[in-house]
Design a protein around this ligand. Structure first.
Ligand SMILES: [Zn+2]
Ligand SMILES: [Zn+2]
Length: 229
């Protein structure tokens, strides 16, 4: 299974970082989140929207789903296949959004199963703790957090986390993760930190040192970096 980061940025501009988005590739090609800038990165990673088998969305903040309509439109032009769109928490919102684009609906299937499965790729859905409903996705031993504060139940059977680290040291972790909040709760071996607001991003070397002192190997990937499991 190969994971490629398309967007490692956040809801405010950060140089060279598209907003939240990544690709998971095995026997299917799955896009998890589609914040602004991800379609360009998808093309730079060597794919087109018509190569995607499904789109999973963690939550309905625009830095995670803002480019959805653009991707669906590009795919509508390029492909005759329907794409699976998984965002059950937002089914009514999605239906309302798609109402404005009736032509897109002919090539979109909204999937609402509890445990989405695409080919051999089985996802588990775990509710996060964020300002609005956010779902983290687990596949094999990998967790994709979306936006959430860290709490122990998120990490059952997880060894690797692609995790938001929105906030720097010293903030109260309510809707987002801080370094202190992460080390207190996350029992994982490896963390790829993304979705960092500028203050945290500028302090990433101290965050790395702190997290690694607590036994978690920490990376801060840029757009288009990838790893294999
Ligand atoms: Zn959010
Ligand atoms: Zn966000």
């Amino acid at each position: 299974m190969k994971v490629t980061f398309l967007g490692t940025g956040v809801a405010v501009p950060l140089a060279k970082k598209a907003q939240s988005s990544l690709l998971i590739e095995d026997d299917k090609l799955i896009l998890v989140d589609c914040g602004f800038g991800c379609m360009l990165r998808l093309e730079e990673a060597g794919y087109s929207p018509s190569d995607l088998d499904a789109i999973l969305i963690t939550h309905f903040h625009t830095d995670h789903c803002g480019e959805l309509i653009g991707i669906l439109k590009a795919r509508w032009l390029e492909s005759d296949e329907k794409i699976d769109l998984f965002a059950p928490f937002a089914k009514e919102n999605l239906e309302a959004v798609l109402e404005a684009y009736p032509y897109l609906r002919t090539k979109v299937k909204v999937v609402t199963k509890d445990k989405p499965k695409f080919g051999s790729m089985k996802f588990e859905v775990r509710e996060g703790k964020h300002a609005i409903i956010n779902y983290a996705y687990k596949i094999e031993n990998l967790l994709i957090s979306g936006d959430t504060r860290s709490f122990p139940e998120l990490y059952e059977d997880v060894e690797i986390a692609i995790h938001e680290m929105s906030l720097n040291f010293g903030y109260k972790a309510v809707d987002h993760t801080t370094p202190e909040n992460f080390v207190e709760n996350a029992r994982v071996k490896k963390a790829y930190f993304v979705h960092m607001y500028p203050e945290a991003y500028e302090n990433r070397s101290k965050i790395k040192e702190f997290v690694e002192k607590h036994g978690v190997d920490a990376s801060f990937p840029d757009d288009l970096e990838s790893f294999e499991i």
